[in-house]
Design a protein around this ligand. Sequence first.
Ligand SMILES: NC(=O)c1ccc[n+]([C@@H]2O[C@H](COP(=O)([O-])OP(=O)(O)OC[C@H]3O[C@@H](n4cnc5c(N)ncnc54)[C@H](OP(=O)(O)O)[C@@H]3O)[C@@H](O)[C@H]2O)c1
Length: 336
Amino acid sequence: MQTIELGQTGQHVSRMALGAMQMGGATDERDSVHILDRYLEIGGSFVDTADCYEWWRHPGTLGGQSEELLGRWMRAGDRREQVFLATKGSAGPVFSPQLWDDEGQPDWDLARRTFEGAGADTLRHALDGSLRRLGTDHVDLYYVHVDDRNTPLEETLEALDGFVRAGKVRYLGWSNVRTWRLERIRQLCERHGWTLPVAVQQQHSYLRPGASTGSASIAGYEQLDYLREHRDQTLVAYSPILKGVYDSAAKRDGHWMMGSYSGPDADARLAVLAEVASEAGVTPNQLVPAWLMDQESPRVLPLIGPRTRAQFEDALPALDVKLSDEQLRRLDAAGV
Ligand SMILES: NC(=O)c1ccc[n+]([C@@H]2O[C@H](COP(=O)([O-])OP(=O)(O)OC[C@H]3O[C@@H](n4cnc5c(N)ncnc54)[C@H](OP(=O)(O)O)[C@@H]3O)[C@@H](O)[C@H]2O)c1
């Protein structure tokens, strides 16, 4: 698999990262291990998880199942050195029995109101927990999972810098974050000599969010422009195929993911996407990561999240799609 430079660090990482969010939850251990092995086999190495994955599928817990599974997988095959390992802290909810109803369904509103946040002690505790579950003494990339506006940024940044100095973390990243916060982080790092984040993990795909969306999690026009000007931070695109909605109008219909995108712009882009996918002999779900990987400015690194072995295999043709300049122009220009 091709690689791209992470920010301007000199560190090269796989062109397409593999998300382990569902591993140990919706994806059982056997299938997870199979997918992870296959990813290494095709030359991939960039694996993404978080300390809270997936508390919402395991009533009574605060997550950790994905990290534990990765820890077992790496230990069993002595694979730690083959993996560029990313994890995240700050988005676990504070435990409460009310997080799940009687049917075991999560209460996301309560969870969001009680995120543990990015205070220094919280992050120290979170990182040590992640290292223990992953069975390693360091992670390659550590993200603040959800930007925390209730904690002074100085406190968070100084703690993160301490992780890097202690050798527990090699690079830093931020996720679910607004552009003005990225700029404030940059200024504080420059002023205090703290380690600057080199990865920004946001929801990003081919469809564009509607103007009224207002989500801090989706990379919009302003953020893309910012990252175009700041090549020392790489955009890692999570939910790159928006939960697989591109191939099926039936799946799109009423899917919660479409809430930020539905409208004439999405309709126009979906039509052109289908046209170019058919010319290229791939599905729209395959074309979208290929288009993301073709973006030069800002550069984009798709982070896929296959739930099944078949979905993982289905993602691979994206790595070989060759789009002509004319097709790229048509895809870029589509929309209203
Ligand atoms: N920073 C954050 O806040 C954040 C948030 C979300 C995710 N992430 C990271 O990003 C990774 C990927 O995110 P994601 O899981 O949302 O990505 P995604 O690939 O857009 O969505 C995964 C879902 O797409 C569907 N899918 C995958 N491959 C498919 C295929 N070939 N054909 C049809 N459907 C397919 C499946 O849906 P069905 O289950 O319906 O079949 C699967 O569960 C996660 O593992 C995690 O590491 C980070």
